[in-house]
Design a protein around this ligand. Structure first.
Ligand SMILES: [Zn+2]
Length: 264
């Protein structure tokens, strides 16, 4: 009896411990049919359609129950997720893939260059420019490499108040988030610096009214969300913020590159 209740307490405490360093974040509608269902640090986006939903970023396995709770809180069903996508093959965005797949039966689609870094089944391999279509939604996969070889930026249109908006769901394009990044003589990833340059070029070419990213801090979630709560104009519509995001990411890339070329 004692052993049993001890075991129960241990299991019950586990999710609380997991959440301590990455607590839940209020789920919310970003624009149109795009919703935030991620945790405080790890962004996941739900794109709803009448024929099922698309989830971008499963995050860690321990984050999956948070994502599920957020989806249900918004009035949708986690089991209705038909397609699972990701921003790039780093554990904090894809480690939960096998669990999401098990819970929803979703079709997992991954950019070719990132397939080897994604755990679990990959049902469909994507290439730059491929479109993912479901229930009237069209997402275009743009290869924006560097952060990983297959880092994927998703673009789509969203409608709100009768207007159409260009949405960019960016992959990570930063070098600052990974301080150990080797940009010069990287034997594991020889073309990394050229790939980063290509990514910035692609990012600049995209029309963008509203941008999102795999970490809330990359698109000002903590500052924008309270404004959304207050009402008024949608704070996530931020074309200038997008330009600054790309510029700042490129600046930090270039300074890191110079630093490493000088051998510091
Ligand atoms: Zn990453």
């Amino acid at each position: 009896m004692i052993r049993r209740s001890f075991l129960f307490m241990t299991l019950a405490a586990a999710p609380l411990l997991a959440q301590a360093d990455d607590p839940p974040f209020p789920p919310h509608r970003v624009i149109g049919n795009i919703y935030y269902v991620g945790s405080t640090n790890l962004a996941s986006f739900l794109i709803t359609t009448p024929q099922g939903h698309i989830l971008i970023n499963s995050s860690y396995e321990r984050t999956v129950p948070l994502i599920e709770a957020s989806v249900e809180k918004l009035g949708f069903h986690f089991r209705d997720i038909n397609i699972l996508l990701d921003s790039h093959a780093h554990g904090d965005h894809v480690a939960g893939n096998p669990l999401v797949k098990k819970m929803t039966g979703a079709t997992v689609m991954v950019m070719q260059e990132d397939v080897s870094g994604v755990p679990g089944t990959v049902d469909k391999i994507l290439h730059n420019g491929d479109q993912v279509k479901l229930g009237g939604v069209v997402l275009t996969a743009r290869l924006t490499p560097g952060h990983t070889k297959g880092a994927t930026t998703w673009t789509m249109k969203a409608t709100e108040g009768g207007k159409s908006y260009d949405v960019v769901i960016s992959s990570s394009i930063g070098v600052n988030v990974n301080p150990g990044y080797v940009l010069v003589n990287n034997t594991k990833y020889p073309g990394i610096a050229d790939d980063y340059r290509r990514a910035f070029e692609v990012m600049r070419s995209l029309p963008c009214d509203l941008y999102l990213a795999p970490h809330g801090a990359q698109y000002g979630l903590a500052e924008k969300y309270p404004k959304l709560e207050k009402g008024g104009p949608n704070p996530f519509i931020d074309p200038q913020g997008y330009k600054a995001y790309v510029d700042n990411s490129e600046k930090s890339f270039l300074s890191k590159l110079e630093e490493q070329k000088r051998g510091r």
